[in-house]
Design a protein around this ligand. Structure first.
Ligand code: C5P
Length: 269
């Protein structure tokens, strides 16, 4: 149970404008059912449960009625949960914006929709719908301690290698060849929510406008943009519960976490 009041100048951006083709449902990923309710509704409840923000700004696919209705359901749920409870802090404002063609475009669109006076922002993937409140609080804690960029991450269990397409006659042996092996102890699998000082993130996104096509395509998270500015990105402990629901197997695991025996075993911080 969170006993800390929300930070007045903090907003959480939830990006939910992806197509979710890899899940294969033919609908946006955020609308895909997870134990009978949409991934987006689970994600929004998780953000609210963390109790850290005064605004939740959701980027949705432009014109998507179903996801807009899910946001409206969530707002009604929030209103019911705080109605009539004396001393309860007002629930966060929930706003929506049209997402863009890429995740980065969706974040930019949401940044433009933040309430005046917002100083810190967390950027969270709706697809990480089961992220525990403790992870949100660790990220906010590092921001409050003075970090300008914070990411949650967990150690990597696989050995990670760099590869290139095999050239010449060797291509008959195998399609790719190893070009290097990363030192596993130095690697982390990075998650969301990623936390930022708003001015820093705005500056980082503004710089990205001038990137060439190849560099732009290599950007997979917001922290990378801050790295390009030469600023430190601090790392706090993430959680295996924060898995990004991407493939049908991830859905099975997420449902196992919510309802099955896995749930009892995996309630970790
Ligand atoms: O596609 P991927 O799983 O990397 O997407 C990560 C998150 O970014 C998802 O929550 C997805 O909805 C969001 N996204 C977005 N706008 C896009 C592409 C992805 O908001 N154009």
């Amino acid at each position: 149970m969170n006993t800390q009041p929300p930070t007045p100048s903090l907003a959480v951006i939830v990006v939910a404008a992806g197509s979710g083709q890899r899940l294969g449902f033919g609908i946006p990923k955020a609308a895909v059912p997870l134990s009978g309710e949409s991934i987006l509704l689970h994600a929004l409840r998780g953000v609210a449960a963390a109790g850290v923000a005064r605004q939740i700004c959701v980027a949705l696919p432009a014109g998507d009625r179903q996801l807009a209705d899910i946001c409206a359901t969530f707002v009604a749920e929030l209103a019911r949960s705080s109605a009539g409870v004396r001393g309860t802090a007002a629930h966060p404002a929930v706003t929506t914006v049209d997402g863009g063609a890429t995740r980065q475009d969706s974040v930019q669109s949401a940044l433009a929709g933040l309430l005046e006076g917002t100083e810190k922002v967390l950027v969270h993937d709706a697809a990480r719908a089961l992220t525990p409140a403790s992870v949100f609080r660790r990220v906010v804690g590092a921001l409050k301690a003075g970090a300008v960029a914070v990411i949650p991450a967990i150690p990597v269990v696989d050995t990670i290698k760099m590869v290139a397409p095999t050239e010449g006659s060797a291509a008959t042996m195998a399609p790719e060849v190893v070009t290097g092996t990363a030192v596993r102890g130095q690697l982390r699998a990075v998650q969301t929510p990623q936390g930022f000082d708003v001015d820093t993130l705005l500056r980082a996104h503004a710089t990205a406008v001038d990137f060439d096509v190849e560099t732009a395509a290599s950007i997979t998270d917001d922290a990378m943009l801050v790295e390009f500015l030469g600023l430190p990105v601090h790392v706090v402990v993430g959680s295996t519960q924060s898995l990004k629901i991407t493939t049908p197997l991830d859905l099975v695991i997420a449902e196992g976490l919510l309802e099955g025996p896995l749930g009892a075993r995996w309630s970790e911080g």
